[in-house]
Design a protein around this ligand. Structure first.
Ligand SMILES: Nc1ncnc2c1ncn2[C@@H]1O[C@H](COP(=O)(O)OP(=O)(O)OP(=O)(O)O)[C@@H](O)[C@H]1O
Ligand SMILES: Nc1ncnc2c1ncn2[C@@H]1O[C@H](COP(=O)(O)OP(=O)(O)OP(=O)(O)O)[C@@H](O)[C@H]1O
Ligand SMILES: [Mg+2]
Ligand SMILES: [Mg+2]
Lengths: 153, 165, 153, 165
């Protein structure tokens, strides 16, 4: 009901800030209800300000900044009510090398309780995985699991 | 790991039976464009009871059944079996291992099974209800979908927060 | 008018097929009017079939297949009525290595008449450029052109 | 090359005057997330007369003016100057080089110039009409927008084809 929603909403806002500041090495965010008198119906306002920049409309953020902000929010929600596994499909695609690294470091905070499956084309992300599955289509149109590369240590 | 094994037969591009064994906390899935990586994510969503055809990129549910190639006939059904580690009893059943299966025939007949006993989707949904598994938005961050929560209108964002509450 | 539209539409369809088959090394596409009796109002149907696969809804194509198909279509239009320059902003992002290579090879067919500006994070694309501009924000929030690396030959 | 030089002052994240000289047929633009690469594309669109604030990711046209940082005051105006090679007379004017400028002040006053002589947007649009430059969809393939032509409804795709005809 209202109380339950507000508690989790406030917690998500705090998590969102913590994770955003980890990924951006600074900056600030805010998560607000457009109408605080109607928590169960109100829309949700998001503000995000990378370090050293002024808070502007989310739309003015760059492709990579938006992606990193969305990651911070989704993981902020995740901290409140997580699932035992999480499949991430190419969410590193818009990120530059440094931000991929920061995203991968973030996974360390979750990996104990959460099993991750990372679908990716990114070499840094591939080396973070303990196990790598390669999918191929040597026969056109038919997927095969071709290789399982286990990393030592 | 929570997901131990996944077996995919006749589901989307998996025209042949494919067995995936998970044994680590971070598993990478790689391969060229169009080889079937996102289809694995779809298979996982589907076996957990996903109802929305659109969210699996199809127009009708039958679209998930392997539709053949020049050299291989279309499949008569799609089947995905998921084996879960339940030692922590995250699912409220007295089993250390739980197998969830979903099978769809071309004529539309749909079969859900729990440890090889036929069950209903509602039953599966009920079991998964409090585990966080039932709700796709946490467990699956889909290709090209991450942007949406930021670009959607304030009113349209509620569902993610409501699911968490 | 109708005749002009149909002529260019048919040409675009042919170009689309040629470029698609170059990028996918095969396969087929079709570009049709939903209502052939009303060329100036009709919607436009697109079908794309990568080699060895059956024609299915565009939505079932993978992220990379969609990106490559969109590139084939945009360049197909471009061949009919080109502009002297073209700015491509990270359109290589969803492509695997091999497809990035095929996309870069495609640019050779256009580079004589068209000046390209390629915004990218991809190392293969960077090495295709004759000149590279680096943009930085050492002072947060202020963009600077930091380096111009000219490639020999 | 057709675009010879671009000078950007007070436009979006270009708080300081930035001069870009183009001297090759394939120019790469690289840098970390958020450093300003797509803003360069926006600057090019804008100086050529782009009317749509939305297509430049803003809410109002004033959003393109550098809005300052902790250490630098907001700019009073945004200005972009574009120098084009017109030896092929692609633009119907008897000049080998053409300079197009656009300036926007905070109070909304907007100034277009052609070779340093004040002109109107309509004039600029007219000159660019048959060059392919006026229509953004060919000359600019924007970040994250490529998918749209395939995912839009058949009726909504017409504009690309109409522009080409
Ligand atoms: N019912 C079906 N039968 C056969 N093939 C199918 C079916 N549904 C989808 N496919 C094929 O699956 C392929 C898409 O697979 P998927 O989306 O998993 O690729 P991907 O590996 O994620 O690629 P990318 O790296 O480009 O995202 C498409 O080529 C599509 O034609
Ligand atoms: N009016 C403005 N004043 C100052 N900064 C602005 C203004 N408008 C946008 N910005 C800033 O410009 C940055 C976005 O730049 P841009 O989109 O060019 O990045 P990018 O280099 O393309 O990054 P990516 O690789 O992530 O796509 C944002 O951080 C945004 O805050
Ligand atoms: Mg994919
Ligand atoms: Mg960008």
């Amino acid at each position: 009901s209202e109380k339950i929603f507000m508690e989790s909403f406030i917690k998500i806002g705090e998590n969102f800030r913590i994770i955003f500041q980890k990924l951006f090495k600074g900056g600030d965010v805010s998560l607000k209800l457009t109408d605080e008198t109607k928590p169960l119906e109100s829309g949700i306002e998001i503000q995000a300000q990378p370090p050293g920049k002024r808070a502007r409309s989310l739309r003015l953020l760059s492709g990579g900044e938006k992606a990193l902000t969305a990651i911070a929010l989704m993981f902020g929600v995740y901290m409140v009510k997580s699932s035992p596994f999480c499949v991430l499909d190419e969410i590193d695609a818009p990120l530059d090398d440094q931000n991929v690294g920061r995203f991968l470091t973030l996974l360390d905070d979750f990996r104990e309780k959460t099993q991750f499956v990372l679908i990716t084309h990114n070499k840094k992300t591939m080396s973070k995985a303990d196990t790598l599955f390669g999918i191929t289509m040597d026969e056109p149109g038919i997927s095969r699991l071709l290789s399982v590369e286990l990393k030592a240590g | 790991m929570f997901i131990k094994e996944l077996e995919i037969t006749g589901f989307k591009s998996f025209g042949e039976k494919t067995h995936v064994v998970f044994n680590s906390n971070i598993t990478g899935v790689v391969g060229p464009n169009g080889c079937g990586k996102s289809n694995i994510l779809d298979a996982l969503k589907w076996v957990l009871g996903e109802k929305s055809v659109k969210s699996m990129r199809g127009d009708k549910m039958e679209d998930v059944i392997f539709s053949g190639t020049e050299n291989k006939k279309p499949a008569g059904f799609a089947e995905v079996d998921l084996i879960l580690d339940n030692r922590s009893k995250i699912i409220n059943l007295d089993y250390d291992e739980i197998k969830i299966s979903r099978k769809l025939f071309r004529d539309g007949q749909s079969i859900f099974s729990l440890n090889d006993n036929r069950t209903s989707r509602k039953e599966i949904e009920g079991l998964l209800m409090d585990t966080g598994l039932g709700k796709a938005s946490y467990s699956f961050m889909q290709q090209g979908q991450m942007d949406m929560i930021l670009s959607s209108k304030p009113e349209d964002r509620r569902h993610i927060f409501e699911e968490a509450a």
